[in-house]
Design a protein around this ligand. Structure first.
Ligand code: ZN
Length: 258
């Protein structure tokens, strides 16, 4: 099985200096390759997640915003085949959970109601998403799948509201514990056959430090403290393909399950 664990907005700039306090990230770095995915395109979530799982560049898929002309963009508005569509057609078993290229996040082959319509805004909802995505993913890891993709979205929201505050690290620590449950407690990596990718769609930095500003300074929910950075997180275990662009994620999976 290939397991892709997406963590929207996870960034090495928080993880790397704190690796000694993030045991499971540290274990992952010891068992696999820890790299950066450096985006040359605009580091915006809908577009990058879409590229990763469709293999198309932003120019090709043309999906760059959650909202167009005041309406939420839906899966069927995006004229691409995703990796799960292709594998499903070929009779392979692929499932996707909570993938945030649209709002609410998209699931395939899984009945999952996203927390807070996919835009969790407070501590209770962040906690709930962390818990529910983890529990659902654990169940799915037991199934005999060829591909499982699961994504946490809450960290992007935490960082937009609290970047620079102590609580941001607390959320990385909670996430680290859940990664331990998913990857290590499940013995997923014990089978040399299984492959793991942990990836984010962009990194994070203080507002105004990013090469490309992706958001306004103020939203209806208040002032924003952080913005997207072009350096995204990438950890691979047992994956031969060199992933250097979001589209390479698609190619890596396709190469294994083609
Ligand atoms: Zn994002």
């Amino acid at each position: 099985m290939i397991f892709v664990l997406g963590i929207d907005a996870a960034t090495w700039s928080v993880i790397r200096p704190n690796l000694s306090r993030l045991n499971n990230f540290q274990r992952l770095c010891q068992s696999g390759k820890c790299k950066e995915l450096v985006l040359t395109e605009k580091p915006i979530s809908p577009s990058v997640w879409c590229s990763m799982f469709s293999g198309k560049t932003p120019e090709e898929h043309r999906h760059e915003s959650f909202v167009v002309n005041g309406e939420l963009v839906k899966r069927q508005d995006i004229k691409v085949d995703f990796i799960w569509d292709i594998l499903h057609r070929e009779g392979k078993r692929a499932k996707a959970l909570n993938v945030p290229f649209v709002v609410p996040p998209f699931s395939f082959g899984v009945n999952f109601k996203p927390v807070g319509f996919g835009l969790p805004t407070n501590e209770g909802e962040w906690e709930e998403e962390l818990y529910r995505v983890t529990e659902e993913t654990k169940q799915l890891l037991w199934e005999d799948l060829d591909l499982l993709i699961s994504v946490y979205t809450f960290l992007d929201r935490v960082q937009h509201f609290h970047w620079g505050e102590e609580c941001v690290f607390d959320w990385y620590r909670r996430l680290d514990a859940k990664i331990g449950e998913l990857v290590f407690d499940s013995n997923f990596l014990d089978s040399g056959q299984n492959e793991l990718v942990v990836v984010s769609d962009h990194g994070f930095c203080a507002f105004g430090e990013a090469k490309v500003r992706t958001l306004p300074e103020k939203t209806s929910e208040g002032a924003l403290k952080g913005d997207h950075h072009e350096n995204a997180l990438l950890i691979t275990v047992n994956v031969d393909y060199d992933i250097e662009t979001p589209q390479d994620m698609f190619r890596a999976i396709r190469g294994e399950l083609g």
